[in-house]
Design a protein around this ligand. Structure first.
Ligand code: C6P
Length: 405
């Protein structure tokens, strides 16, 4: 049985009729849809167990705390983190990257160097720009090659004893490139730099193993992996987290407070100021359990097949350009393309009229758009519920747009 046949009925929103057509949702890269088990888990939590966490001795307080901490165990398992103390909840990828940049940023000085790449989403660029400006640090970018992969020889030239941070995406949200994380981590560590990996587009699609990747920080968003909005994860290697003062403060991230100083709480709570997203953590547990039940290898294989079908099918349509690594090179569940004679927004609007949801625009990656020489692209992204038939419909509809010009 195909994965979409197994999962489809679990997603209530897929019953929607959009503009007179059954919804074909090809925008999970922006935010995925949610299975019923996630919605029900969050509802159940609010109906039965809601209270604040780590504060109240009463029954509901203890139930909520238990559910929140169970979510941490689920994440630890899902990302292959060596310990639960290394799993910090955030509000999402952008929030996690901001927290890391602020935290590391305080230790940077004039002339220190931060290396990013041309593939980056603005969320892994702007926080470093802010830090660089504030601390007098220098920001450099690893260029990409024509096929959308990173120029690793150029990375070698950029790295120096001044490099303090190398921040890069695991999977590009525009061209789908999968970066060689472990290799980049090795190179960065050789010059004493910390590594920060943006896993927003990788976590929904690839089996993760923090020990194998070896990075110092890894961030993700639940809403792209069948979970709710408003919660994300910052994994931090214990030895590294122990070295840093918390970037943000307040509430329960302390052990003892005086007027002029404080003693920090243990990991991971030290990095979680304020009431956390509790219901969202419950939803994230359900999303992880759902993905685990399917098996991440099977998820990756399904999405890889849809991606390949899209890439090859679009490339066969005259007047259509497909960006990123060529067919045969593994990539995330992302295919960006252009249709000659049509603005990417027009492509998305015309597809929407047929019930097909794709994203169009700069995808929050303007330096990459500039590098590709385009103002934007149209982009199809895939999840566990998408089918080969939906891809076929996309392909015939795009071909129809071209021939109608
Ligand atoms: N990309 C897309 O359509 P947040 O919004 O914080 O959950 O995730 C930000 C983010 C960071 N890095 C990468 C690689 C991403 O893809 C995203 C989100 C969406 O491509 C919305 S712009």
């Amino acid at each position: 049985m195909m994965l979409d046949e197994l999962t489809r009925d679990d997603f209530p929103i897929l019953q929607r009729i959009v503009n007179g057509h059954p919804l074909v949702y090809l925008d999970s890269g922006a935010s995925s849809q949610k299975p019923r088990s996630v919605l029900e888990a969050m509802n159940r939590y609010y109906e039965r167990s809601h209270a604040n966490v780590h504060r109240s001795i009463h029954t509901l307080g203890e139930e909520a705390t238990e559910l929140y901490e169970v979510a941490r165990d689920a994440v630890q398992r899902f990302i292959g983190a060596p310990s639960r103390e290394e799993v910090v909840f955030t509000r999402g990828t952008t929030d996690g990257l901001g927290l890391i940049a602020e935290t590391i940023g305080r230790t940077l000085g004039k002339g220190d160097e931060i290396v990013v790449t041309e593939l980056e989403h603005h969320s892994n660029l702007i926080p470093w720009q802010l830090v660089a400006k504030d601390r007098g640090a220098v920001l450099k970018a690893v260029p990409i090659l024509a096929d959308g992969t990173l120029d690793l020889a150029a990375l070698d030239c950029l790295l120096s004893p001044h490099t303090r941070v190398v921040a890069f995406t695991h999977v590009s949200n525009v061209v789908g490139t999968i970066t060689p994380v472990a290799e980049i981590v090795r190179k960065a560590r050789a010059v004493g730099a910390l590594t920060v990996v943006d896993g927003a587009q990788a976590a929904p699609h690839l089996r993760l193993d923090m020990s194998a990747l070896g990075c110092d920080f890894y961030v993700l968003s639940a809403h792209k992996m069948l979970g709710p909005t408003g919660i994300g994860v910052m994994y931090g290697r214990r030895a590294v987290l122990d070295r840093f003062e918390p970037g943000r403060g307040g509430s329960e991230m302390i052990k003892e407070v005086w007027i002029d100083h404080a003693q920090w709480n243990d990991l991971p709570w030290r990095f979680e100021p304020g009431t956390p997203p509790i219901a969202e953590a419950v939803g994230l547990t359900a999303a992880i359990e759902y993905l685990e039940k399917l098996g991440m290898d099977r998820v990756a294989e399904h999405e890889r097949a849809l991606t390949r079908q899209t890439q090859e099918g679009l490339a066969r349509i005259p007047g259509v350009t497909v960006y990123g690594p060529p067919a045969g090179v593994d990539r995330g569940a992302v295919v960006s393309f252009a249709v000659d004679g049509l603005h990417p927004h027009d492509v998305a609007a015309l597809l929407d009229a047929e019930g097909i949801a794709v994203r169009a625009g700069h995808h929050c990656a303007m330096p990459l758009m500039r590098r590709l020489g385009v103002v934007g692209t149209s982009r199809a992204t895939f999840s566990v519920f998408n089918s080969p038939d939906e891809v076929s419909l996309l392909l015939t509809t795009v071909a129809g747009l071209r021939s109608a010009l």
